[in-house]
Design a protein around this ligand. Structure first.
Ligand SMILES: [Zn+2]
Ligand SMILES: [Zn+2]
Length: 439
């Protein structure tokens, strides 16, 4: 069996790091055997370790069962649940200096990394087929990140991700790439906590059964996106991010049926969103939803179709705060452009003081909710209009959860439960893509 590649995962950047070597490690620069508690300090751009100065430090495990602990790692950076935690890792420990401090990197076998990531991202209730499909997607994403770092900016088609003037703000959000390592350990990339938490036997099995498998299209690794629920039809890549079509991130009906209306047409979108057509992701089954939603508490099962209501005062205040633009009272929300899943790409906000256009989907979802609206596939009902035409209530009826591009997680969970194999799940959501084994 060919060996899996090694991934460089950036865990933290700090001015001082305390770590514990459990078992024997070799400090490769000095050839010394080391174990137990160690401290490093960042001083004037150099790393101080045991009284000597270094630009980088490398600790390699000597035995199979050796691990190392990093003290007080911040997890959930910028999220409401941010906290510090000691974390345990297998593989090698690599530290290098940077202008911000000591960058601490874990070098680890790709398959071990994936076992950890899928164990913390997916529910323990998930079916084997769903886990296998996810393993292939995560591996594709990971190998693509590793390739990208090797190619170092030979890609000159950089698109501006923000257009802003007096009439409109059109922006999309994509991850910035890292330069000192392949992926970070936080939600920005995929949450990775080493072996701090035990991996589940089912995840280990899913990783083992798909070892080395990735999705490719025309020989290139697929940018395999996924979201919670497409809402019945998936969205095209370019309607959410930069204007580069990916043939395997196209629009398709999330069902055995293939025909569907052109949801870019307002009347068709309206009819589609106000009804709940049959689809793999059209489910209220808590057992299925629990496979995809970690710690699912069943407060709602309304993800396929949902409703959100605001009073005039609530909506006007929310939009003012989010956009930093005073619209006065809101008189209308008008979809100007919809994507192929019915998601609004450009929304016109009409107020008594001014009018402004926002997009793409994530900007719209952030503007119309304290956190994120489930999706931008919605229709608007205005209620209780005053004599001068000011609605007193706005009711949004929507479809799906997330950007809707690529694999639909709730749909994939249903497919898994219905007996579809992981290859069928993947080729359903990524048409034309091949499953290729790299090692
Ligand atoms: Zn990252
Ligand atoms: Zn779906």
């Amino acid at each position: 069996m060919m060996e899996a590649p090694v991934v460089n995962v950036g865990i933290l950047t700090e001015k001082a790091v305390t770590f514990i070597l459990n078992g024997d490690f070799i400090h490769t620069q000095t050839g010394h055997d080391l174990s137990g508690v160690q401290h490093v300090l960042w001083v004037d751009g150099q790393i101080v370790f045991n009284g000597r100065l270094y630009q980088e430090l490398f600790f390699e495990p000597v035995s199979q069962d050796a691990s190392f602990d990093l003290k007080a790692v911040t997890i959930g950076v910028h999220f409401h649940w941010q906290r510090n935690e000691d974390q345990r890792f297998r593989g090698s420990l690599y530290m290098r200096t940077s202008p911000e401090g000591i960058v601490t990197i874990n070098q680890i076998d790709v398959e071990e990394y994936l076992t950890s990531v899928i164990s913390s991202e997916m529910s323990a209730e998930a079916s084997l087929e769903l886990l296998q499909a996810h393993a292939v997607i995560s591996r594709s994403w990971l190998l693509a990140q590793m390739e990208k770092r090797i190619q170092v900016d030979q890609d000159d088609r950089k698109y501006q991700s923000l257009y802003c003037d007096n009439e409109q703000l059109i922006r999309w959000y994509d991850r910035e790439d890292h330069t000192l390592f392949d992926v970070c350990a936080d939600d920005h990339c995929q949450r990775y906590q080493g072996i701090t938490r035990a991996s589940t036997p089912k995840v280990q099995e899913a990783i083992r059964k798909t070892r080395g498998e990735i999705l490719t299209y025309d020989g290139e690794i697929c940018d395999a996106r996924f979201s919670k629920s497409c809402g019945g039809v998936t969205e095209r890549f370019e309607n959410c991010w930069e204007p580069v079509p990916h043939p395997y991130l196209t629009t398709l009906r999330d069902s055995r049926e293939s025909g569907f209306p052109d949801l870019r047409i307002e009347a068709e979108a309206e009819r589609w969103i106000r009804t709940a057509p049959e689809a793999f992701c059209n489910t209220h089954d808590p057992a299925i939803l629990g496979q995809v939603l970690n710690n699912y508490d069943q407060e709602t099962t309304d993800f396929y179709r949902w409703k959100v209501e605001y009073t005039q005062a609530q909506l006007a205040e929310l939009i003012h705060r989010k956009t930093q633009i005073n619209f006065g009272e809101i008189t209308d929300l008008i979809p100007l452009e919809r994507g192929t899943s019915g998601r609004i790409v450009k929304l016109k906000i009409v107020g008594t003081r001014r009018t402004y256009i926002i997009g793409k989907e994530l900007e719209i979802r952030r503007t119309l909710s304290e956190t994120h609206l489930y999706s931008s596939a919605f229709v608007v009902d205005k209620e209780g209009e005053t004599a001068d035409g000011i609605p007193q209530r706005f009711c949004l009826t929507g479809a799906g959860w997330g950007h809707g591009v690529g694999l639909c997680q709730i749909g994939a969970a249903v497919m898994g439960a219905k007996g579809y194999g992981y290859q069928e799940i993947l080729t359903h959501y990524f048409p034309g893509a091949a499953i290729e084994r790299r090692y």
